[in-house]
Ligand binder design. Structure first.
Ligand SMILES: NC(=O)C1=CN([C@@H]2O[C@H](COP(=O)(O)OP(=O)(O)OC[C@H]3O[C@@H](n4cnc5c(N)ncnc54)[C@H](OP(=O)(O)O)[C@@H]3O)[C@@H](O)[C@H]2O)[C@@H](O)CC1
Ligand SMILES: [K+]
Length: 549
């Protein structure tokens, strides 16, 4: 998958193409509408009984009158609505019966949308999009609903007519009995294409347009992979509309977000080693994972198993004396060393072969506060998770001052909000106007402040570096793995990243690769997964990627 764009970046690319004289806005709109129609018939060939996609032949009223497919196209006040008028015309050209509704004032449509509105008026009618629309639509029996109400221009709260009607329509369109398909153009109305966040409507819970298919243009948008949108886009199809993949300006490029995919492992994984002595256990690094006290060592043991499975040469658990017996009884391939306090840790870190550390899982707040300064002063590649983050909730600045560029923070939403309260508040604010603030923006800001990699967990995990690099590892659509939300799953992720750091992966690559493998391991297992299963699925996942993985 290619880079993920914000609405502003997409507009800039479109504007540059138009200004270069390569293409007009009207041509782009036509290609967008064609792309939507193509996608509909590729997805549901059974809807295409009336003819071929490119044909656009006028309907033969005699031959298919009793059997015509029916579409409802909901058009909005901007260019997204313009795409809708193109789709309406092309479907009618293929013999469909099409009803078009316009939300907004036709006189105020932007120029290209207005042209397509007028072209449609030559062959069909436009009804007003009112709060009574759903009554009318409900009476009909139709095959397809097209949402061309709001696209990348949507950022503020929805008004009553739009929100109410869409809510009632969507509710009436749901359920097992539903026969028709629902397509959103660019993004489902009710979502923001930069953030994926649900637009506010009257401060009530509402669904927006719950699509089966979302057809977008040139590149997928960041918001398709984040937050609420991932629940309502259905499936994303990206259609080429002839915009060249010209490199963005330097400033633009550093602000791109990229999706994480198997390349993160294929580029680095199979060959990555620390020294010349490939095959020796020390050439794959030595990770130290600090546990909590007696009765609280399970989380760190899970992390350690993850680190070992992902290929760290050696993994040692650093236990307080009280937990030594407990841990010794539970481990086999792992090693164990006593780390009673900060002084003991300082001595152990005198061994330079210990090249990756993990602090946090089950560690206890007090122990985390005691050991973090020594661990961070050693400047090893270090993962800070769970208690190692919460321990600094009252004074995040104290943590930031100790962090260094080889650290990876792995907060979930609650930990993130404690460490970066102002950033968390911006993210939680209901968007009122664009450009909206997304999880991508928030994670970037956090990484810049912390001066290290921040991996903000969730089904839409975002990973950012202080220099602005950013990637999205979304477990949504065909990669959905809801069973990954299980106790201890985050501990295994911390272990995967620690193991990769031990193998010599750079912190950003370790975070991306760990997050990607974590989701793949969950998918390989399927429902019923518990955290212990995740490390055990790794060999299978790695084998499928590369024989020597
Ligand atoms: N870029 C490209 O390459 C291409 C783009 N294309 C298409 O254009 C789309 C972008 O078009 P766009 O910029 O006109 O925005 P769009 O989403 O139609 O909305 C703007 C209108 O909605 C209004 N409005 C906003 N929020 C609202 C709310 N909550 N409730 C009510 N109204 C609200 C807003 O009003 P205003 O804020 O101006 O008062 C304005 O009137 C894009 O998604 C794609 O489909 C393709 O044709 C080809 C290539
Ligand atoms: K839309």
């Amino acid at each position: 998958m290619s880079d993920l764009l914000t609405a502003a970046q997409m507009r800039a690319i479109e504007q540059a193409a138009i200004e270069s004289g390569d293409v007009t806005g009207l041509e782009l709109m036509e290609r967008a509408g064609q792309g939507v129609v193509e996608a509909i018939f590729e997805e549901w060939p059974e809807l295409d009984e009336a003819g071929d996609v490119a044909g656009g032949q006028p309907p033969d009223p005699r031959g298919i009158s009793g059997n015509r497919k029916r579409a409802v196209v909901l058009c909005g006040p901007g260019n997204n609505g313009g795409d809708g008028f193109v789709v309406a015309r092309l479907l009618q050209g293929r013999g469909w019966e099409v009803e078009v509704f316009l939300y907004g004032d036709a006189e105020k449509l932007p120029p290209d949308a207005k042209v397509n509105y007028e072209r449609w008026l030559q062959i069909g009618a436009v009804a007003e999009y009112t709060s009574k629309l759903h009554m009318h639509v409900l009476k009909g029996d139709f095959d397809l609903v097209v949402d061309a109400l709001l696209g990348t221009g949507a950022s503020r709260a929805l008004d009553g007519v739009l929100g109410n009607t869409l809510t009632v329509l969507s509710a009436s369109m749901s359920g097992k009995e539903r026969k028709h398909k629902r397509v959103a153009i660019d993004n489902p109305t009710g979502t923001n294409s930069d953030t994926g966040v649900q637009l506010d409507f009257d401060h009530v819970e509402w669904t927006g347009f719950d699509a089966d298919l979302t057809v977008t243009f040139h590149r997928s948008k960041v918001g398709h992979w984040l937050d609420f949108a991932a629940d309502v886009c259905g499936k994303i199809i990206v259609k080429d509309i002839g915009l060249e993949a010209k490199p963005l300006t330097k400033a633009g490029k550093s602000s791109l977000a990229v999706p994480v995919d198997e390349r993160v492992w294929l580029l680095d994984g199979p060959t990555r080693s620390l020294g010349k002595h490939v095959g020796h256990k020390y050439s794959h690094g030595h990770a130290l994972i600090l546990t909590g006290g007696s009765g609280k060592t399970g989380a760190a043991r899970l992390a350690a198993r993850g680190a070992l499975r992902v290929g760290a040469g050696l993994v040692t658990l650093g236990v307080p004396p009280s937990a030594q017996q407990e841990v010794a009884c539970q481990i086999t391939a792992l090693m164990l060393t006593r780390v009673g306090d900060a002084t003991a840790l300082d001595v152990i870190l005198g061994d330079n072969r210990l090249n990756a550390l993990c602090l946090g899982p089950g560690m206890g707040l007090e122990r985390a506060r005691d050991l973090a300064p020594v661990a961070l002063a050693a400047k090893r590649a270090t993962v800070l998770d769970a208690d190692a983050l919460s321990a600094f909730a009252d004074d995040p600045e104290a943590l930031f001052q100790m962090l260094h560029e080889n650290c990876v923070l792995t907060p979930h939403g609650g930990e993130f909000a404690k460490l970066f309260p102002d950033v968390g508040a911006k993210l939680a604010a209901v968007p009122t106007k664009g450009p909206a603030y997304s999880k991508v923006d928030a994670t970037r800001e956090a990484a810049a402040r912390a001066g290290c990699i921040v991996l903000y967990k969730g089904a839409d995990t975002v990973i950012a570096a202080p220099d602005g690099r950013c990637s999205v590892n979304a477990a949504v659509y065909e990669r959905a793995a809801p069973w990954l939300a299980t106790a201890g799953s985050g501990d295994v992720l911390a272990g995967f990243i620690t193991g990769l750091l031990a193998r010599g992966f750079a912190p950003m690559a370790a975070a991306e690769t760990g997050a990607w493998l974590h989701v793949e391991s969950a998918r390989a297992f399927g429902p019923g997964l518990i955290a212990e299963d995740l490390p055990e699925m790794l060999p299978q996942v790695l084998r499928a990627l590369a024989p020597e993985g």
